[in-house]
Ligand binder design. Structure first.
Ligand code: ADP
Ligand code: MG
Length: 228
């Protein structure tokens, strides 16, 4: 078994008197690709934000590669694509990608920028400002920013909403290539058509983990027959 990428023990989040998540005990190993399912408000974004270090637990703990999710060690190794990504107002798409690579000590081989632009269907928009893009194009830009930097763990929150079919397939292929390269993936989605692209499925219901098993077995939970 590979080393542990993510471990949570009694991980719990409350917002005031709302019990949003947990307690969750979870172990995800390096190289696993995990799909996270659950109806609106089930706690998917809360879990991902705790793993992304953008939220503090109310109780329990999360460790990424053995360290605090907010640590520099983890920031260097984890890429995070939130459901509402922030893009700079004054940087072009190409500048976003160049800046992100440099901030994370990319190799200097920047051909990945052109590849991502081309594959995500952003060709011709490189010099434009993503802040002025349509929602779908902004989402593709944010996906490119998340994928352009080196990472060992990628966390993604509902990436397929608003993406056209080509963008969705391109993004799925890129996720699969990252996994084949050894990265660990955790992706929250409602999209039943993408389930088969993942190894393991987790289902959250009302903040509790109610299923953990092969991703293909998550399908009944998506139909609404189990989660109401
Ligand atoms: P999901 O991503 O599965 O839709 P969330 O993690 O966003 O679910 O939300 C889980 C629960 O926590 C919901 O009941 C939601 O209303 C609540 N919640 C999320 N964020 C906040 C917040 N900032 N303040 C108060 N309650 C919140
Ligand atoms: Mg959410």
């Amino acid at each position: 078994m590979n080393d542990v990428a993510i471990r949570t023990v009694d991980l719990t989040k409350t917002y005031g008197d709302v019990d949003a998540l947990g307690p969750i005990d979870l172990e995800i190993h390096e190289g696993e690709s995990v799909v996270l399912i659950g109806h609106n408000g089930s706690g998917k974004s809360t879990l991902l934000n705790l793993l992304a270090g953008t939220l503090e637990p109310s109780d329990g703990m999360a460790r990424i590669f053995g360290s605090d999710p907010d640590s520099i060690h983890v920031r260097q190794r984890r890429s995070w694509l939130p459901d509402n990504p922030v893009l700079y107002d004054d940087l072009s798409l190409r500048e976003h990608l160049e800046f992100t690579i440099r901030m994370h000590g990319g190799s200097g081989d920047e051909s990945i920028i052109d590849e991502l632009i081309e594959r995500l269907g952003l060709s011709g928009r490189e010099e434009d400002l993503p802040s002025q893009f349509s929602r779908g194009l902004r989402q593709k830009s944010a996906a490119a920013v998340a994928l352009v930097r080196p990472f060992f763990l990628l966390l993604v929150d509902e990436p397929f909403v608003g993406l056209d079919a080509t963008g969705r397939l391109a993004f799925l292929d890129l996720l699969e290539e990252a996994r084949d390269g050894g990265a660990t993936l955790v992706v929250a989605t409602h999209d039943p058509e993408v389930i088969d692209r993942f190894d393991r499925g987790l289902v959250l219901d009302n903040g509790s983990l109610i299923f953990d098993g092969p991703a293909v077995d998550v399908r009944p939970y998506l139909s609404g027959s189990v989660l109401s």
